[in-house]
Design a protein around this ligand. Sequence first.
Ligand SMILES: [Zn+2]
Ligand SMILES: [Zn+2]
Length: 263
Amino acid sequence: MDVEGLFPEVAPLRRQALRLHPRAGGPARQDSSVGGPLLWPAHEAWPVCPEHHRSPMVPVVQLHAADALGIVPFPAGCDLLQVLWCPRDHDGRWVVPEVHWRDAEGVGDIREAPPLPVEEPYGHVPKPCVVHPELVTEYPSWDLADGLWDALEPRFEQVEAETGWDYQYHLSTAPGIKLGGFPGWSQDPEWPDCSGCGKPMDHLLTVESTEADAASRLTWTPVEDQGVAYEGPGLVLGDLGGVYLFECRTCPGRPYKDRFDCA
Ligand SMILES: [Zn+2]
Ligand SMILES: [Zn+2]
């Protein structure tokens, strides 16, 4: 489907995203993974939740720069991204995430992850998965400006009537766990501003509950996966919603914030 041929107005808004395609398996500590063991240095304390004192966070994503395929600029001297979160219920939030960047070579002796917290809600701890990174092109869905949406809507409807392809579900943003691209909003966008410089933050990572629903499966399932049953990380975030991480790439220390929503 030639999205930019059909809707040239969205061409300048094109973004690349990296889908991780996590599949249940046995990732090693050295591997990029979802919910897998982390390269965590023995000399650093394991992260604990700021709201549940002494409640250990759980690994969500570990990604080597080599597997990120240039989609996000890593901080100088860092080649490993690690995202953890506290899976327990919080006041008004599903999880409390943390982002760490480090130099994989410099990790040295390893700290083992502490046992899982006993009270985590169902579907908040991802099963260990290996990843299969794939670069895709995205166009804004919920992030499309209202005026542009209104202008394009008759053509969206016309294309859907003629081809069955729905712009929002099939042609704009990829579902699942992804780096860069557009956040996987299922409601109106709520981009955070950086508390340091006041500018809108960049999207770092979307962690959605599922990689494909009946609607998106038509177009967003890789050819290799067509008709193949697989087990993913098994996340259930709200009503099959997502958690979105944002960062400021200009302020020192790469401050980050998170948002979440569901249908
Ligand atoms: Zn917590
Ligand atoms: Zn900033």
